[in-house]
Design a protein. Structure first.
Lengths: 298, 312
């Protein structure tokens, strides 16, 4: 599992000058627009799932088990005769919703911890960073699996497991950004004119850290989505009959011979959304990294 | 360098102690009671009374104060004793020993596959930057990186085992190694080839490459003599990332392919609340991960003259 400080992500503390997002090139906007549109369409479809879906996600019909795709059932039906298209559509809600909830919560916690550690320094910094180090000593997914397994079933436990793991990476990156911002002349100037620590954090440090943090969240969306799906595939967190994509793949295993498409639809759905997130994040990173552009061979 | 290495090695111990402490705090806070499960497992009638659960709790040592449990775990670990599995009722060390080779085999094959494929793919993409080849490789690697590992595993099973009957679906054998190893390696190949491409491109943006171009060397000469040696350094860091992939992926892949390794052991331990096994495996994975990342850091320092010189 890629962590936030992997060498490929150039949005590290050293590479990203503060105020990165404010200076972004038109290319970055175009990349965002290019991949943001399909992501937006999928998000809207998820939001309006009850209006768009031809059936209820848990409406069973035993005379219609494993129906082939047709006009009536766009993706066919599953082992209980439930409309597969409806379940995929509702699954979008769950997967996107949980991913967003986990990503935003983890980044807010990471932002706060990183700001405090970087700005306060001293013992506070030491303690917080040793906790971060300890949690980063395991590949993220392993730790998330342990947390989700121990907390037991429940969608919110699944999200908690991912948050418990992912905030650490943000905290570390934000902290190192704060450390470099602290040394800038405008912070000295603010301090010299008598600004309090809180005021400096809110007026000077936070605005400079917030931009890169947003980019980091976007870069991690695909990883979080895949981790959530993998955990629910393993049977953690998602109670029946929730139409969660990972859990749907787990259910489809038993009927591989009769209806392999039941495995394909949720699998393709996860791949598509993860791919769009990756494309958006990847394009954004390239557009924001000046080093890639001033390239000799291009 | 020596002092730096020593300091880094010494930091590993408190980091691991903190990690295990975090896991034990989580176990203490988590809902669900392994003592009740244990009592049920040993009950002949299937009925358990409060007295049975209390006895089980005492037998498992869960009735001791939290600090005592933690201290005794640390004391045991120092002596190479990771406790007794709740469900398998054998020493955790014995279980780890039993499952270790299977995971090592799988991880080694996956690692070799990754390096053999990712490095050349990354180089080709970087050298042919902006061409069709680059775009195909880039989109391809993004698609593979976006495929959930468990979905890929079932795709491979459906194609190569069910339809073509070329390879077995599950079980530990040489032929049975192919599908799990490929499933396990895929994500790493996608990521590592992108890292290779990025690091080569970064090196090619350096001043000395421009100098080499300016003095009249061809692109291929520049890549061979100047860029690749510089770019191979950052690739060492890929190994740290790769081990993370392999450890995380092995849980899923081993579960799907019934591969009797540590990943499967961990998955079972988590779902059955087998605390000592969870703690032992977390400590083991943490040690491996920290040591490998330390090794990567040290190798990087040894090989990169810029870091060495900066320290003087």
């Amino acid at each position: 599992m890629t962590t936030l400080d992997d060498p490929a992500s150039n949005v590290s503390s050293d590479a990203a000058p503060p105020g990165l997002v404010r200076n972004r090139s038109p290319v970055a906007y175009r990349t965002l627009a290019l991949w943001g549109v399909p992501i937006g369409v999928i998000a809207l479809a998820a939001l309006f799932a009850p209006l768009l879906a031809p059936a209820a996600p848990d409406a069973t019909n035993f005379s219609q088990r494993f129906a082939a795709p047709s006009l009536h059932h766009l993706f066919g039906t599953d082992e209980l005769g439930r409309d597969e298209f409806t379940r995929i559509l509702y699954g979008t809600r769950i997967s996107l919703g949980l991913t967003l909830l986990a990503a935003v919560s983890a980044s807010v916690i990471g932002l706060v911890v990183g700001l405090v550690a970087g700005f306060v320094g001293g013992v506070v910094d030491q303690v917080l960073m040793r906790i971060v180090d300890a949690l980063l000593a395991l590949p993220g997914f392993i730790l998330a699996l342990a947390v989700a397994g121990l907390l037991g079933p429940g969608l919110i436990h699944l999200v908690l497991a991912v948050i418990a793991v992912w905030w650490t990476g943000y905290a570390r990156v934000v902290r190192s950004m704060v450390l470099s911002i602290r040394q800038r002349p405008y912070v000295d100037a603010a301090r010299a004119t008598g600004s309090s620590g809180t005021r400096i954090i809110i007026r000077h440090v936070l605005p400079n850290v917030a931009g890169p943090s947003v980019v980091l969240v976007m870069l991690e969306m695909a990883h979080i989505l895949l981790a959530l799906a993998a955990l629910s595939f393993l049977g953690l967190g998602v109670p029946q009959p929730t139409p969660e994509w990972g859990a749907m793949i787990a259910d489809a295993r038993a009927y591989l011979d009769q209806a392999p498409q039941l495995l394909a639809y949720p699998g393709a759905a996860i791949t598509l959304v993860a791919l769009l997130c990756n494309l958006a994040g990847d394009g954004l990173r390239d557009a924001l990294d000046p080093r890639v552009q001033r390239h000799v061979l291009s | 360098m020596g002092r730096y290495a020593l300091r880094r090695v010494l930091v590993i111990v408190p980091t691991l102690l903190m990690l295990v402490l975090a896991i034990m705090i989580l176990e203490a806070l988590a809902p669900g009671d392994p003592a009740e499960q244990f009592a049920r497992l040993h009950s002949t009638t299937g009925q358990v009374t409060n007295a049975d659960v209390a006895r089980a709790r005492h037998e498992l040592g869960l009735d001791r104060p939290f600090v005592a449990q933690y201290v005794s775990w640390v004391e045991g670990a120092v002596h190479g004793d990771l406790g007794q599995s709740f469900t398998l009722e054998k020493p955790v060390v014995f279980e780890i020993d039993n499952h270790f080779v299977a995971t090592a085999e799988l991880a080694a094959v996956a690692m070799i596959l990754t390096v053999l494929l990712a490095v050349p793919l990354g180089v080709v993409a970087a050298v042919r930057r902006g061409t069709l080849v680059d775009h195909v490789l880039r989109v391809g690697s993004l698609v593979v990186a976006s495929l959930p590992g468990f979905f890929l595993a079932y795709l491979l099973i459906e194609i190569f085992a069910t339809r073509l009957h070329l390879l077995p679906v599950a079980g530990r054998s040489t032929a049975g190694l192919v599908l799990p190893a490929v499933s396990l390696a895929a994500g790493g190949i996608a990521t590592a080839s992108r890292l290779m491409r990025a690091s080569l491109l970064e090196v090619m943006g350096e001043d000395y490459i421009r100098t080499a171009r300016a003095k009249g060397l061809t692109v291929s000469q520049v890549v061979r003599r100047h860029a690749l040696p510089g770019a191979s350094l950052p690739v060492i860091t890929v190994f740290g990332t790769l081990l993370g992939y392999l450890l995380a992926g092995s849980v899923i892949v081993e579960t799907i392919f019934a591969w009797p390794g540590l990943g499967q052991l961990f998955e079972q331990a988590v779902t059955q609340r087998d605390y000592p096994t969870i703690e032992g495996l977390v400590a083991l994975a943490g040690t491996a991960f920290l040591l490998l990342n330390l090794g990567v850091d040290l190798a990087y320092r040894l090989l990169d003259p810029r870091i060495r010189l900066a320290e003087r």
